[in-house]
Design a binder for this molecule. Structure first.
Ligand SMILES: *[C@@H]1O[C@H](CO)[C@@H](O)[C@H](O)[C@H]1NC(C)=O
Ligand SMILES: *[C@@H]1O[C@H](CO)[C@@H](O)[C@H](O)[C@H]1NC(C)=O
Length: 362
C-alpha cells in the first residue's frame, strides 16, 4: 500500500482501525489507488483461473496440488493453484493493496481473520452451466454461493452486522467462469447436443445474470465479471480442434466472443436496474489474444504450447512430475500447462486491465 495517509482519519470505529493496521503490515506492492477508494477484501467465484486451492479438499480429478504445479510459488510449493505461481485472484488483491495471497475458503488452515480480507470460493473445472461442474465432480457456482452464505454468517460473528455490511458493499468480487462450459462441456464432450452456440451462450449468460443478482441481494456492489478468453487458442484446444497445424479453433473463439457480448450487455442492463451496483465487464479476451499473437511484444517466446510435458494436452493429473518434464524456458512461455497461462502472463493481463477496474470502482 503506497498511500497510508487516508486510513488514520477513516478509522471511525476501532475495529476498522485494527483492520487497517493488519492490512498495512502486509508488504504488498500496489498501484496508487485514489485515497478515498476503500476495498476491504477480495472475494472470488468461478473456475481454475481464480481457484486458490478449493479442489484440494474435494474428491475430483480436477486437481493440481502436486509438483510441478507451484514451481514458482515460494520456492516450489503446489497449493492447488492451476499455475506455476500465483493466479489472478492473488495478483488483483495485491494490486488493490489487500494482500498478496488469497486463501481458498476450504483451506483447513484458514484463520477467522483471513475471512475479513477475502477468500476464493472458486473451483477448477466449474462453470455457468450446472452440468459443467458435475462432469468433473467439482463445486458448482450454486454451491459456491451456499459457502458464501456461510461466510457471511462467520464474518458477522467476528465483526458484527455493520462491518459485515460494509465488507459486502465495498469489497471487490470477481466472477470468472465460462471457459469450461464452452471448451469442455459444449465442444470437446458435446454434452449439450440440444443447444446450438447461440442458445448455449444464452444459457451461460442467463446464469451470469442470476449470480450477479444473487450477490446483489446479499449486499454486494462491486463485481468484476471476466469474459471468456480466446479459448480456441489454448494449447489443448489447438491440439484437439486446430487441425494438423494446430491453429486457433475459430469456432471456439467465436463462441467466447458471443458469450462476452451477451454478458457485457446484461451487465449494462443490471447497472441500470439495480441501484448502487457497480458491475464491470472485464475483457480478458483481447489482451490475451494479443499476447498469444504477438508474444515477443510482451517478452514471451512460445505461445502455442504449454510448458508442462509435451505442452500439447497435459493439464491437471497429466501434468505431474513423474510423466511430464518442465520446459527449460518457462519464463518465455505464455502457457504453463495446455490450458492455463503462466503467472507471468497473468501479471501482464492484470497490469493491462487493473486501471480500468480501479476507475470503474471509484
Ligand atoms: C434466458 O433468459 C431469458 C429471459 O430471462 C429466457 O427467456 C430464456 O429462455 C433463457 N434462455 C436459456 C437458454 O436459458
Ligand atoms: C473519490 O474521489 C473522486 C475524485 O475526487 C470522486 O470523483 C469520487 O466520486 C470519489 N468516490 C467516492 C466513493 O467517494
Amino acid at each position: 500500500m503506497k498511500s497510508n495517509t487516508s486510513w488514520s482519519c477513516s478509522c471511525f470505529i476501532l475495529k476498522q482501525c485494527l483492520l487497517s493496521v493488519l492490512v498495512l503490515t502486509e508488504t504488498v506492492v500496489a498501484i496508487n489507488l485514489p485515497p478515498n477508494l476503500t476495498i476491504p477484501a477480495l472475494i472470488a467465484f468461478g473456475d481454475s483461473i481464480v481457484d486458490t486451492g478449493n479442489n484440494n479438499n474435494i474428491k475430483s480429478i480436477a486437481k493440481c496440488n502436486f509438483q510441478p504445479y507451484g514451481i514458482n510459488f515460494q520456492g516450489g510449493i503446489p497449493t492447488g493453484r492451476f499455475c506455476d505461481g500465483r493466479v489472478p485472484t492473488d495478483l488483483i488483491a495485491e494490486e488493490f493493496g489487500i494482500k498478496s495471497l488469497v486463501p481458498a475458503y476450504l483451506d483447513p488452515s484458514l484463520k477467522p481473520e483471513d475471512l475479513l480480507t477475502g477468500v476464493s470460493f472458486a473451483s477448477g473445472g466449474s462453470g455457468y452451466d450446472p452440468l459443467t461442474p458435475k462432469l468433473v465432480a467439482v463445486i458448482s457456482l450454486e454451491e459456491q454461493l451456499k459457502y458464501f452464505e456461510e461466510y457471511i454468517e462467520k464474518v458477522k460473528n467476528i465483526v458484527g452486522d455493520e462491518r459485515k455490511d460494509f465488507i459486502l458493499a465495498n469489497s471487490l468480487f470477481l466472477l470468472v467462469a465460462g471457459s469450461n462450459d464452452i471448451a469442455n462441456t459444449y465442444y470437446v464432450l458435446r454434452a449439450r447436443p440440444q443447444y446450438d452456440v447461440d442458445s448455449y451462450t444464452t444459457l451461460m449468460a442467463n446464469s451470469t445474470t442470476d449470480i450477479v443478482n444473487k450477490l446483489y441481494g446479499y449486499g454486494v456492489r462491486r463485481i468484476a465479471v471476466f469474459g471468456a478468453p480466446p479459448l480456441g487458442c489454448l494449447p489443448s484446444q489447438r491440439t484437439l480442434a486446430g487441425g494438423l497445424l494446430r491453429e486457433c479453433a475459430e469456432n471456439y473463439n467465436e463462441a467466447a466472443k458471443l458469450f462476452n457480448s451477451k454478458i457485457s450487455k446484461k451487465l449494462d442492463l443490471l447497472h441500470k436496474t439495480l441501484p448502487g451496483i457497480k458491475p464491470v465487464y472485464t475483457n480478458v479476451y483481447d489482451p490475451l489474444l494479443d499476447i498469444i499473437q504477438n508474444p515477443a511484444k510482451y517478452g514471451f517466446g512460445v505461445s502455442n504450447k504449454g510448458c508442462c510435458g509435451t505442452g500439447l494436452i497435459e493439464v491437471g493429473p497429466l501434468c505431474n512430475k513423474i510423466t511430464a518434464s518442465v520446459c527449460p524456458d518457462l519464463s518465455s512461455r505464455v502457457f504453463w500447462d495446455s490450458y492455463h497461462p503462466t503467472e507471468k502472463t497473468y501479471k501482464v493481463v492484470v497490469s493491462l486491465l487493473i486501471s480500468k477496474l480501479v476507475n470503474k470502482f471509484v
